[in-house]
Write a protein of this length. Structure first.
Ligand code: TIH
Ligand code: FE2
Length: 311
């Protein structure tokens, strides 16, 4: 994912209050965080070669235009080694703790050691299943742009690799997070409907509601869990792409709460480490209905709500 939070994006909010009407309105140029400028506490801050690599990939992502082929990234042996390490770790926990839809979709993609998959390869599968597509982005986008993309079945994905010193958990999205965390479920029709619901809600949202939706996105698409019989399984990409977070979720150490998109959501941060609570859906179908009813509540100005002749 590539969604910024209030703290990083507020400065740019004035230029992005404008409603998104088509995918062309999703501006990929404006990056609010996690681009090439690494923070002081980033594991790659003292690694000039890593920083240079990030700058190169950020520039490459910025050149992409919707509808044109996505340039492949030639991943280095070090980057492939990081991919291999994460894949190996995750293959231990995913079969037990990922939701069934995820496990059903995973084999559609050619995820194996020795090669970091390219975004175009992901799109070939997504085109043939749900019609979704991924496209490169340099870093964190303004939430109105990121969420607006979802309404048009576009998922913005980073292409850089996490720093090799910390393969089990990264505080920022990277290509492993996007590919292993997000992409497989985009091939599941029920999940695809759920994530698109958040995007559709964003089209009608004012700035305040955009921040609310960013949190709803965070507690579902990033860190959501879903009931399966008497168990709870992960569908949030932030859980699925991190050995540390998966183990944390599996240990039962975090609280479980029911998601209610009509209620204010707890604050969220990339800096908090493992989640203290996970929100539970009964199913993707139930989650989609919930989110679509929330979206419908935004579609009309306050003054017109509940007017049957307009609705
Ligand atoms: N923590 C996740 C990982 O290690 O793969 C990445 C992120 C998910 C959401 C925000 S950052
Ligand atoms: Fe994400």
């Amino acid at each position: 994912n590539a969604i910024a939070q209030a703290s990083t994006a507020s400065g740019a909010a004035t230029s992005t209050s404008q409603r998104i009407l088509s995918i062309q309105d999703v501006d990929n140029g404006q990056i609010l965080g996690f681009g090439a400028d690494l923070a002081e506490d980033h594991p790659g801050f003292h690694d000039p070669a890593y920083k240079q690599r990030r700058t190169w990939l950020a520039e490459l992502a910025k050149t992409h235009r919707i509808g044109t082929p996505i340039p492949d990234v030639a991943y280095s042996p070090d980057e492939v080694a990081t991919w291999d390490a994460v894949l190996e770790e995750l293959s231990e926990l995913l079969p037990q703790h990922a939701c069934r839809e995820y496990l059903r979709c995973l084999p559609l993609f050619d995820f194996r050691k020795g090669k970091v998959p390219q975004l175009e390869e992901m799109n070939a599968v997504l085109r043939a299943t749900t019609g979704w597509s991924v496209r490169p982005v340099a870093g964190l986008m303004h939430p109105r742009h990121f969420l607006g993309g979802l309404a048009f079945k576009h998922f913005h994905s980073t292409q850089y690799m996490r720093h090799p010193s910390k393969p089990s958990y990264t505080p920022e999205p990277d290509v492993v997070h996007e590919l292993i965390g997000h992409v497989p479920l985009l091939a599941d029709p029920d999940y695809a409907r759920l994530i698109q619901s958040i995007g559709l809600a964003s089209l009608a949202a004012d700035d305040k509601q955009i921040w609310h939706l960013t949190k709803v996105y965070w507690y579902t698409v990033e860190f959501g869990v879903v009931r399966e019989g008497d168990q709870v399984k992960a569908f949030g990409a932030g859980i699925l792409s991190s050995y540390g977070e998966l183990a944390h979720m599996a240990s039962g150490g975090a609280a479980l709460e029911r998601l209610d998109p009509f209620q204010p959501q707890p604050r969220m941060s990339y800096k908090d480490g493992f989640q203290k609570r996970y929100f539970v859906l009964d199913s993707f179908a139930e989650g989609s209905e919930l989110l679509r009813s929330y979206a419908a509540s935004l579609a009309l100005p306050e003054s017109l709500r509940g007017d049957a002749s307009v609705a």
